[in-house]
Write a protein that binds this ligand. Structure first.
Ligand code: PEP
Ligand code: MG
Length: 875
């Protein structure tokens, strides 16, 4: 079996075998880009290593043969004292996992090859710098020596010689540092630093393979749901070193073929003259924008633009590439598809389609629907004037407020406890990843827009401000000085990742606006999709927003949400507390005009589009205070002695006790409540139809749909239908206008699905309430399951996913499939939709498409996601 592939021979499409980075190095070599010579050791070798705990037999022979080829191409010799070849050893799996696994640079250096490097370059400072970096990286990654030992030695040296930055250290001082580093390795591992280059190489390959199962990598894969089918093992890329720190005609940088924050069509990125790549990534020195290269190094800038054009023309996708300039020659070290935020993904995809680089269908497929959720990132909406404390780089857009926390562990602990956190650090490292998950936003004092913090935050869609030099952190005191203002851990700040501003205190945020490219993309999506997308909206404002987001109707108005508004809850309570029908009717009569006005406003907002109004669903006790609260209030009232209030609360308590049920969600609610208390539904039906009649009079086109919740038997539906028809006749007679409406049922009870043909004999439409239907199908309480056993179930593989999030295709999906089939058999023109949370979940939407639903209805912010997902299943 062949485990090792030269860049010239590897299949640039086979990322599973060669890893993303390796495949791209092969691909770039094949299309003639200037890539340093090298080869890839496959992921199969990694799996063999992890399986047997040793490198496959003959692997090192293969490696030696390929090293010989690299020696030939570079004219350098591995381990040679005169003209030494040095290599980097880089990990890379099929899925990009930035910074999650390990990379070793300058491998092949030892006391002898070092002398060759000095002679060759005439630059002892550079050579010693490379050497001490190598010992540190190798010591940490291959030999497991903690970084802090090296960092301490470095800090001590800088203090002693009065150097502010690493670059201020002289060759002599770096030599001394290298010796100290070697001594640290000897002290910590009990053996001298390995001098033999092939021994170095062999140990390093094993270490990179092992990093696949390191905690960081495992956590990352779990978080981003990277399965074995998506990436299995890491490849190892061995690449001849080129040096960006060989003087002022050398440099290094990272680039994006377009701006990954905005999508703007310009080469974007940063570079440093006379530096190694890790200086940029680790944020140790703050680099310059690539635009400056045009004046500083015009010829190289031209080459860089050429490189960028060739990358995009070939990959037809925004690329994130690393380059190094060694004495005036530009090398491309790696490229991968650029991780962009949602906005940039949409903008670049639409622009690429407009310019003919992609088809519209390709553009639609390129955007992950879930990513659009990021576009709902909040933006600052200051009520007064706020002076920024400091400004850093706008590294990942969106605004967030939270309490300052200085380390990832504390962020995780406090974040999990429900606090809103901003992680504030000098720079971040991959081991801080758990802090990112827990934080609302990230703020760093060092590092550019392509630093670790920036890249990871963008990938997660979290706001990040990086390189904010006006921050001084005192870890000991757990305090920071930001722009001259002293703040302690736990103090609240606000960051704006779109501008780079940092503010003291909390500033309100607002929802973002649609931008033209998104509107365009979603219009293309609507052209392709068969499924229509509606929104769940309960208020006129939500309806207006739904319309703006492109909803083609409202699939669910939960009328109980209207009951809960502060101006009507007292009337609702009065209705519930009424001890005679007359009193109850009096309360309902007061509610009628309020509900009618609600519906009227919603119908007007949605003019010309269907609006499904669901009759009251929750049990009545939900509109009364809890028993504990009432007891508390009663104690207070008894003391203060307001007799009327006291009496009212006593009545409430009695009623609450009467209404109490062991299983309220399976109890007196939905249509069961409607049938036992028909006056409530009558009021609601009347309010809907009268509001529709008003619209008709005003010339506003309306399509009201009346929907009954919790139906289990067709007899229930028959009774409500009769009630609707009677009120409809009355309303038409009273108003003198014709009001068209549709009558339908929710499908959220298992029996309703099993009797779908009966239901369809009366219902013109079905709407699957998959929240309750999932609860009923699994017998899992939707209120408790997610906090109790479901995480365990998913972790243990007892269920593939949380069924309240992702529609359970095998069970609930089968029930739906049957219900649709039986329903349509009874009524071929039956309209079928879904209004549970799953209506905004892309894979669930795909199922809805497959089983022939007419529409999905989801919460308003998810409407764009659903529109795109509905298109993607047709492509
Ligand atoms: C459902 O059960 O899926 C539904 C939409 O209704 P609710 O969430 O209001 O119970
Ligand atoms: Mg329900």
């Amino acid at each position: 079996r062949q485990y090792v592939f030269a860049f010239e021979e590897g299949d640039g499409k086979n990322k599973m075998l060669l890893g993303g980075k390796g495949a791209n190095l092969c691909e770039m070599t094949r299309i003639g880009l200037n890539v340093p010579p090298g080869f890839v050791i496959s992921t199969e070798a990694c799996l063999a290593y992890l399986g047997h705990n040793r490198l496959p037999e003959h692997l090192m022979d293969e490696v030696r043969r390929h090293m010989a080829a690299v020696e030939k191409k570079t004219g350098k010799v591995f381990g040679d004292t005169e003209n030494p070849l040095l290599v980097s050893v880089r990990s890379g799996s099929a899925m990009s996992m930035p910074g999650m696994m390990d990379t070793i640079l300058n491998l092949g250096l030892n006391e002898r090859t070092l002398q060759g490097l000095i002679r060759l370059t005439g630059n002892p400072r550079f050579a010693y710098d490379a050497y001490r970096r190598f010992i540190q990286l190798y010591g940490k990654i291959a030999l497991g020596v903690a970084d802090e030992h090296f960092d301490k030695a470095m800090e001590a040296l800088k203090q002693r010689v009065g150097a502010a930055q690493d670059v201020n250290l002289t060759a002599e001082q770096l030599k001394e540092l290298a010796d100290q580093f070697a001594a640290i390795v000897q002290r910590e591992t009990g053996s001298p630093f390995p001098e033999d280059p092939y021994q170095q190489l062999e140990i390093a390959i094993g270490a990179v393979f092992r990093s696949w199962n390191g905690k960081r990598a495992v956590d990352y894969r779990r978080q981003f749901k990277i399965t074995k089918e998506m990436a299995n093992g890491t490849a190892v890329n061995i690449v001849a070193m080129v040096f960006g720190n060989m003087g002022n005609d050398s440099g290094t940088g990272v680039g994006f073929t377009r701006n990954p924050g905005t999508g703007e069509n310009i080469t974007y990125g940063e570079y440093l003259v006379n530096a190694q790549g890790e200086d940029v990534v680790a944020g140790i020195r703050t680099p310059k924008p690539i635009a400056e290269m045009a004046t500083e190094m015009p010829e190289l800038h031209r080459q860089l633009i050429e490189l960028r054009d060739r990358l995009e023309a070939h990959y037809r996708e925004v690329q994130d590439f690393e380059f190094t300039i060694e004495r005036g020659t530009l090398y491309c070290l790696q490229t991968r598809n650029g991780k962009m935020n949602a906005r940039a993904t949409v903008v670049t995809s639409v622009e690429m389609a407009n310019s003919g680089l992609l088809s519209r269908d390709e553009a639609l497929l390129r955007v992950n629907p879930q990513l659009l959720e990021q576009l709902m990132v909040p933006q600052l909406a200051p009520t007064g004037h706020h002076e920024a404390l400091a400004q850093g780089l706008p590294a990942s857009p969106g605004a967030a407020s939270g309490k300052i926390v200085f380390d990832a562990d504390t962020a995780e602990a406090r974040g999990n406890a429900g606090e809103r956190i901003i992680l504030v650090r000098e720079e971040t490292k991959p081991e801080d990843i758990h802090g990112f998950f827990a934080a609302q936003g990230i703020l760093t004092s060092r590092g550019g827009k392509t630093s670790h913090a920036a890249v990871v935050a963008r990938g997660m869609g979290k706001p990040c401000v990086s390189g904010c030099a006006a921050i001084v952190i005192d870890h000991h005191a757990r305090r920071a000085c930001i722009g001259g203002v002293g703040l302690a851990e736990g103090d609240v700040i606000t960051i704006d990742g779109s501008t780079g501003n940092v503010y003291a205190g909390q500033i309100p945020t607002k929802e973002p606006e649609f931008f033209p490219e998104l509107t365009r993309l979603l219009t293309w999506a609507d052209d392709v999709a068969r499924l229509k997308v509606r929104a769940n909206a309960d208020t006129p404002a939500a309806a207006a927003k739904a319309r703006k987001y492109g909803a083609r109707g409202i699939g669910l108005t939960r009328t109980e949400r209207m009951f809960n508004d502060s101006d009507r809850i007292p009337i609702v309570q009065e209705m519930i507390l009424a001890d005679t029908l007359v009193k109850r009717q009096a309360a309902l009569d007061r509610l009628l005009p309020i509900q009618r006005a609600d519906f009227h406003a919603i119908f007007r907002e949605m003019s010309g589009l269907p609006v499904t109004v669901r009759l009251l669903d929750p049990p009545l006790h939900e509109f009364l205070p809890g028993e504990k609260q009432l007891q508390f209030d009663l104690d207070r009232l008894r003391a203060s002695g307001n007799p009327a209030e006291l009496a009212r609360h006593e009545a409430m308590l009695e009623r609450v006790r009467q209404l109490a049920e062991v299983n309220p969600m399976l109890g007196h609610r939905g249509v069961r409540l409607g049938l036992t208390n028909p006056e409530i539904y009558s009021m609601q039906i009347r309010a809907i139809l009268e509001a529709a009649a008003e619209c008709v009079k005003e010339g506003v086109p309306v399509e009201p749909e009346i929907m009954v919740p919790q139906v289990a038997a067709v007899e229930e539906l028959a009774r409500v239908k009769k009630q609707v028809e009677k009120i409809h006749r009355e309303v038409e007679a009273a108003t003198g206008v014709t009001v068209d409406y549709h009558f339908g049922t929710m499908m959220e009870v298992v029996r309703a699905c099993l009797r779908a043909e009966d239901m369809a004999s009366l219902a013109e439409f079905f709407s699957f309430g998959t929240n309750d239907l999932t609860q009923a199908t699994f017998s899992f309480s939707r209120e408790d399951a997610e906090n109790k056993f479901l995480p365990f179930y998913v972790e243990q593989g007892l269920l593939p996913e949380n069924p309240f999030e992702a529609l359970d295709i095998k069970g609930v999906g089968r029930l739906m499939t049957m219900a649709v089939e039986w329903g349509r058999a009874a009524r071929p023109e039956l309209q079928v939709g879904i209004c549970g949370e799953h209506g905004g979940h892309p894979e669930s939407i795909a199922l809805c498409h497959r089983i022939g639903l007419d529409y999905v209805s989801c919460s308003t912010p998810r409407v764009p996601i659903a529109r795109l997902a509905a298109a993607q299943i047709r492509l």
